[in-house]
Design a protein around this ligand. Structure first.
Ligand code: GUN
Length: 279
Protein backbone atom coordinates (compact mmCIF):
# COMPACT_ATOMS: atom_id res chain seq x y z
CA UNK A 1 0.00 0.00 0.00
CA UNK A 2 1.45 3.32 -1.05
CA UNK A 3 0.96 6.72 0.53
CA UNK A 4 -0.68 9.11 -1.90
CA UNK A 5 1.18 12.32 -2.69
CA UNK A 6 -1.54 14.96 -2.70
CA UNK A 7 -0.56 17.39 -5.42
CA UNK A 8 -3.82 19.25 -5.15
CA UNK A 9 -3.21 20.07 -1.48
CA UNK A 10 0.50 20.84 -1.94
CA UNK A 11 -0.23 23.12 -4.92
CA UNK A 12 -2.90 24.94 -2.87
CA UNK A 13 -0.40 25.39 -0.01
CA UNK A 14 2.13 26.89 -2.43
CA UNK A 15 -0.44 29.21 -4.01
CA UNK A 16 -1.59 30.35 -0.55
CA UNK A 17 2.01 31.11 0.44
CA UNK A 18 2.45 33.07 -2.79
CA UNK A 19 -0.80 34.94 -2.20
CA UNK A 20 0.63 36.18 1.11
CA UNK A 21 3.92 37.17 -0.50
CA UNK A 22 2.07 39.06 -3.26
CA UNK A 23 -0.03 40.92 -0.67
CA UNK A 24 3.12 41.88 1.27
CA UNK A 25 4.83 43.09 -1.91
CA UNK A 26 1.76 45.14 -2.80
CA UNK A 27 2.03 46.94 0.55
CA UNK A 28 5.55 47.90 -0.49
CA UNK A 29 4.25 49.17 -3.81
CA UNK A 30 5.65 46.23 -5.79
CA UNK A 31 3.22 44.79 -8.31
CA UNK A 32 3.70 42.57 -11.30
CA UNK A 33 1.90 41.17 -14.28
CA UNK A 34 2.06 38.06 -16.45
CA UNK A 35 1.46 38.15 -20.19
CA UNK A 36 -0.06 34.94 -21.56
CA UNK A 37 0.02 34.38 -25.31
CA UNK A 38 -1.99 31.73 -27.12
CA UNK A 39 -1.86 31.33 -30.88
CA UNK A 40 -4.77 29.37 -32.33
CA UNK A 41 -7.56 27.69 -30.41
CA UNK A 42 -6.26 24.23 -29.48
CA UNK A 43 -8.83 23.12 -26.86
CA UNK A 44 -6.26 21.65 -24.44
CA UNK A 45 -4.17 24.85 -24.66
CA UNK A 46 -7.28 26.94 -24.00
CA UNK A 47 -7.92 24.99 -20.78
CA UNK A 48 -4.31 25.46 -19.62
CA UNK A 49 -4.38 29.18 -20.45
CA UNK A 50 -7.68 29.67 -18.63
CA UNK A 51 -6.30 27.91 -15.54
CA UNK A 52 -3.13 30.00 -15.62
CA UNK A 53 -5.18 33.21 -15.69
CA UNK A 54 -7.39 31.91 -12.86
CA UNK A 55 -4.30 31.13 -10.76
CA UNK A 56 -3.02 34.68 -11.32
CA UNK A 57 -6.34 36.03 -10.09
CA UNK A 58 -6.20 33.72 -7.04
CA UNK A 59 -2.74 34.85 -5.91
CA UNK A 60 -3.44 38.47 -6.78
CA UNK A 61 -1.34 39.21 -9.82
CA UNK A 62 -2.51 40.86 -13.00
CA UNK A 63 -2.58 38.81 -16.18
CA UNK A 64 -2.78 40.20 -19.68
CA UNK A 65 -3.84 37.80 -22.38
CA UNK A 66 -3.16 37.73 -26.09
CA UNK A 67 -5.44 35.33 -27.91
CA UNK A 68 -4.13 35.38 -31.44
CA UNK A 69 -5.66 33.70 -34.50
CA UNK A 70 -4.06 30.58 -35.98
CA UNK A 71 -3.07 32.61 -39.09
CA UNK A 72 -0.89 35.01 -37.07
CA UNK A 73 2.52 35.21 -38.74
CA UNK A 74 5.73 34.45 -36.89
CA UNK A 75 6.80 38.03 -37.50
CA UNK A 76 3.63 39.38 -35.85
CA UNK A 77 4.13 37.13 -32.83
CA UNK A 78 7.80 38.12 -32.52
CA UNK A 79 6.67 41.76 -32.68
CA UNK A 80 4.29 41.27 -29.75
CA UNK A 81 6.97 39.48 -27.71
CA UNK A 82 9.42 42.29 -28.45
CA UNK A 83 6.92 44.89 -27.17
CA UNK A 84 6.27 42.83 -24.02
CA UNK A 85 10.03 42.47 -23.44
CA UNK A 86 10.31 46.25 -23.39
CA UNK A 87 7.17 46.84 -21.31
CA UNK A 88 8.25 47.57 -17.72
CA UNK A 89 4.79 46.77 -16.36
CA UNK A 90 5.11 43.15 -17.58
CA UNK A 91 7.37 40.85 -15.54
CA UNK A 92 6.58 37.47 -17.00
CA UNK A 93 5.82 36.32 -20.54
CA UNK A 94 4.66 32.91 -21.62
CA UNK A 95 3.66 31.63 -25.00
CA UNK A 96 1.53 28.51 -24.74
CA UNK A 97 3.00 25.60 -26.69
CA UNK A 98 2.55 24.13 -29.22
CA UNK A 99 2.58 27.10 -31.58
CA UNK A 100 1.11 26.51 -35.08
CA UNK A 101 3.28 24.48 -37.47
CA UNK A 102 4.19 27.54 -39.60
CA UNK A 103 6.16 28.96 -36.67
CA UNK A 104 9.60 28.00 -35.38
CA UNK A 105 9.01 27.14 -31.73
CA UNK A 106 12.67 27.56 -30.78
CA UNK A 107 12.77 31.01 -32.33
CA UNK A 108 9.70 32.05 -30.32
CA UNK A 109 11.19 30.73 -27.06
CA UNK A 110 14.51 32.48 -27.74
CA UNK A 111 12.71 35.77 -28.42
CA UNK A 112 11.35 36.00 -24.85
CA UNK A 113 13.70 37.97 -22.59
CA UNK A 114 15.32 35.35 -20.28
CA UNK A 115 14.49 37.45 -17.19
CA UNK A 116 10.78 37.32 -18.18
CA UNK A 117 10.80 33.66 -19.29
CA UNK A 118 8.67 32.28 -16.43
CA UNK A 119 8.32 28.94 -18.27
CA UNK A 120 12.09 28.44 -17.97
CA UNK A 121 12.35 27.32 -21.60
CA UNK A 122 14.91 29.86 -22.88
CA UNK A 123 18.36 28.36 -23.58
CA UNK A 124 19.89 30.86 -21.12
CA UNK A 125 17.68 29.55 -18.29
CA UNK A 126 18.24 25.93 -19.32
CA UNK A 127 21.99 26.61 -19.42
CA UNK A 128 21.85 28.16 -15.94
CA UNK A 129 20.18 24.99 -14.67
CA UNK A 130 22.91 22.82 -16.22
CA UNK A 131 25.68 24.71 -14.39
CA UNK A 132 23.67 25.16 -11.17
CA UNK A 133 23.20 28.92 -11.47
CA UNK A 134 20.10 30.97 -10.79
CA UNK A 135 17.42 31.16 -13.44
CA UNK A 136 13.86 30.16 -14.13
CA UNK A 137 13.27 26.40 -14.01
CA UNK A 138 10.66 24.58 -16.08
CA UNK A 139 7.49 24.40 -13.97
CA UNK A 140 6.53 20.71 -14.11
CA UNK A 141 9.91 19.31 -13.00
CA UNK A 142 10.23 22.07 -10.38
CA UNK A 143 6.80 20.96 -9.15
CA UNK A 144 7.97 17.35 -8.81
CA UNK A 145 10.86 18.48 -6.58
CA UNK A 146 8.35 20.34 -4.38
CA UNK A 147 6.12 17.24 -4.19
CA UNK A 148 9.07 15.16 -2.98
CA UNK A 149 10.39 17.75 -0.53
CA UNK A 150 7.02 18.61 0.95
CA UNK A 151 6.29 14.89 1.40
CA UNK A 152 9.62 14.55 3.30
CA UNK A 153 11.00 12.11 0.75
CA UNK A 154 14.80 12.10 0.84
CA UNK A 155 16.47 12.53 -2.55
CA UNK A 156 20.19 12.63 -1.74
CA UNK A 157 22.01 9.43 -2.65
CA UNK A 158 18.89 7.82 -4.06
CA UNK A 159 18.86 6.22 -7.49
CA UNK A 160 16.40 8.24 -9.56
CA UNK A 161 15.30 6.92 -12.94
CA UNK A 162 13.67 9.50 -15.22
CA UNK A 163 11.75 7.96 -18.12
CA UNK A 164 11.42 10.53 -20.92
CA UNK A 165 13.88 13.11 -22.28
CA UNK A 166 11.77 16.06 -23.39
CA UNK A 167 13.17 19.58 -23.08
CA UNK A 168 10.23 20.61 -20.90
CA UNK A 169 10.15 17.69 -18.45
CA UNK A 170 12.66 14.82 -18.76
CA UNK A 171 15.91 16.75 -19.21
CA UNK A 172 15.31 19.49 -16.60
CA UNK A 173 13.90 16.83 -14.24
CA UNK A 174 17.13 14.83 -14.43
CA UNK A 175 19.21 17.98 -13.84
CA UNK A 176 17.13 18.99 -10.81
CA UNK A 177 17.45 15.52 -9.26
CA UNK A 178 21.21 15.68 -9.88
CA UNK A 179 21.29 19.06 -8.14
CA UNK A 180 19.56 17.36 -5.18
CA UNK A 181 22.41 14.81 -5.13
CA UNK A 182 20.48 11.85 -6.53
CA UNK A 183 22.21 9.36 -8.80
CA UNK A 184 20.31 9.86 -12.03
CA UNK A 185 19.58 7.61 -15.00
CA UNK A 186 17.65 8.95 -18.00
CA UNK A 187 15.72 6.41 -20.09
CA UNK A 188 13.90 6.99 -23.37
CA UNK A 189 12.28 5.25 -26.33
CA UNK A 190 15.58 3.70 -27.50
CA UNK A 191 16.64 2.45 -24.06
CA UNK A 192 17.37 -1.26 -23.90
CA UNK A 193 16.24 -3.20 -20.82
CA UNK A 194 13.89 -0.41 -19.73
CA UNK A 195 12.09 -2.69 -17.30
CA UNK A 196 15.31 -3.76 -15.56
CA UNK A 197 16.57 -0.19 -15.22
CA UNK A 198 13.25 1.11 -13.88
CA UNK A 199 13.27 -1.73 -11.35
CA UNK A 200 16.51 -0.34 -9.89
CA UNK A 201 14.90 3.04 -9.14
CA UNK A 202 14.37 4.27 -5.60
CA UNK A 203 12.52 7.19 -7.21
CA UNK A 204 10.90 6.52 -10.59
CA UNK A 205 9.71 9.59 -12.52
CA UNK A 206 7.68 8.80 -15.61
CA UNK A 207 7.09 11.30 -18.42
CA UNK A 208 6.72 9.31 -21.62
CA UNK A 209 3.26 10.22 -22.85
CA UNK A 210 1.95 6.63 -23.09
CA UNK A 211 -1.17 5.78 -21.08
CA UNK A 212 -0.63 3.20 -18.29
CA UNK A 213 2.72 2.12 -19.80
CA UNK A 214 4.48 1.48 -16.47
CA UNK A 215 3.04 -1.46 -14.53
CA UNK A 216 4.19 -3.33 -11.40
CA UNK A 217 6.84 -5.23 -13.43
CA UNK A 218 8.81 -1.97 -13.78
CA UNK A 219 8.74 -1.06 -10.10
CA UNK A 220 10.92 -2.10 -7.16
CA UNK A 221 9.11 -2.88 -3.91
CA UNK A 222 8.98 0.33 -1.86
CA UNK A 223 9.89 2.70 -4.70
CA UNK A 224 8.55 6.26 -4.94
CA UNK A 225 6.62 6.62 -8.21
CA UNK A 226 5.93 10.01 -9.79
CA UNK A 227 3.58 10.06 -12.79
CA UNK A 228 3.86 13.11 -15.04
CA UNK A 229 1.55 11.76 -17.77
CA UNK A 230 -2.04 12.80 -18.34
CA UNK A 231 -4.37 11.11 -20.81
CA UNK A 232 -8.03 10.35 -21.32
CA UNK A 233 -8.82 6.65 -21.52
CA UNK A 234 -11.52 4.98 -23.60
CA UNK A 235 -14.15 5.91 -20.97
CA UNK A 236 -13.07 9.58 -21.02
CA UNK A 237 -11.49 9.12 -17.58
CA UNK A 238 -8.11 10.71 -16.80
CA UNK A 239 -5.12 8.39 -16.39
CA UNK A 240 -1.36 8.74 -16.33
CA UNK A 241 1.70 7.02 -17.82
CA UNK A 242 1.61 4.68 -14.81
CA UNK A 243 -0.92 1.88 -14.38
CA UNK A 244 -1.94 3.08 -10.92
CA UNK A 245 -3.89 0.00 -9.81
CA UNK A 246 -1.02 -2.31 -10.73
CA UNK A 247 1.80 -0.15 -9.25
CA UNK A 248 0.19 1.27 -6.10
CA UNK A 249 0.43 -1.91 -3.96
CA UNK A 250 4.19 -2.10 -4.62
CA UNK A 251 5.15 1.57 -4.19
CA UNK A 252 5.86 3.39 -0.93
CA UNK A 253 4.59 6.72 -2.33
CA UNK A 254 2.74 7.42 -5.56
CA UNK A 255 1.16 10.42 -7.28
CA UNK A 256 -2.42 9.96 -8.50
CA UNK A 257 -3.73 11.21 -11.86
CA UNK A 258 -5.51 13.58 -11.62
CA UNK A 259 -4.41 15.40 -8.47
CA UNK A 260 -0.70 14.57 -8.47
CA UNK A 261 1.84 16.37 -10.64
CA UNK A 262 -0.77 18.20 -12.75
CA UNK A 263 -1.74 20.98 -10.33
CA UNK A 264 1.91 21.60 -9.46
CA UNK A 265 2.81 23.01 -12.88
CA UNK A 266 0.63 26.08 -12.45
CA UNK A 267 1.66 26.53 -8.80
CA UNK A 268 5.31 26.65 -9.90
CA UNK A 269 4.45 28.99 -12.77
CA UNK A 270 2.97 31.34 -10.17
CA UNK A 271 6.13 30.91 -8.09
CA UNK A 272 8.24 31.93 -11.10
CA UNK A 273 5.97 34.93 -11.75
CA UNK A 274 6.42 36.16 -8.16
CA UNK A 275 10.18 35.66 -8.46
CA UNK A 276 10.09 37.64 -11.71
CA UNK A 277 8.68 40.71 -10.04
CA UNK A 278 10.76 40.45 -6.88
CA UNK A 279 13.98 40.84 -8.93
N1 GUN B 1 2.51 23.33 -23.29
C1 GUN B 1 2.53 22.24 -22.50
N2 GUN B 1 3.09 22.53 -21.32
C2 GUN B 1 3.43 23.82 -21.35
C3 GUN B 1 4.02 24.71 -20.40
O1 GUN B 1 4.39 24.36 -19.27
N3 GUN B 1 4.18 25.99 -20.82
C4 GUN B 1 3.81 26.40 -22.04
N4 GUN B 1 4.05 27.68 -22.38
N5 GUN B 1 3.25 25.63 -22.94
C5 GUN B 1 3.07 24.33 -22.59
Amino acid sequence: MALLIDGKQISTDIKDELKETVARLKEQGIEGALAVIQVGADPASSVYVRNKKKACEYIGIRSVSYELPEETTEEELLGIIEKLNEDNTINGILCQLPVPAHMDENKIIRAIAPQKDVDGFHTQNVGALVVGQEGFVSCTPAGVIQLLKRSDIAIEGKHCVVVGRSNIVGKPMALLMLQENATVTICHSRTKNLKEICKEADILIVAIGKPKFINADYVKEGAVVIDVGIHRNENNKLCGDVDFDSVEPKASYITPVPGGVGPMTIAMLMNNCVEAFMD
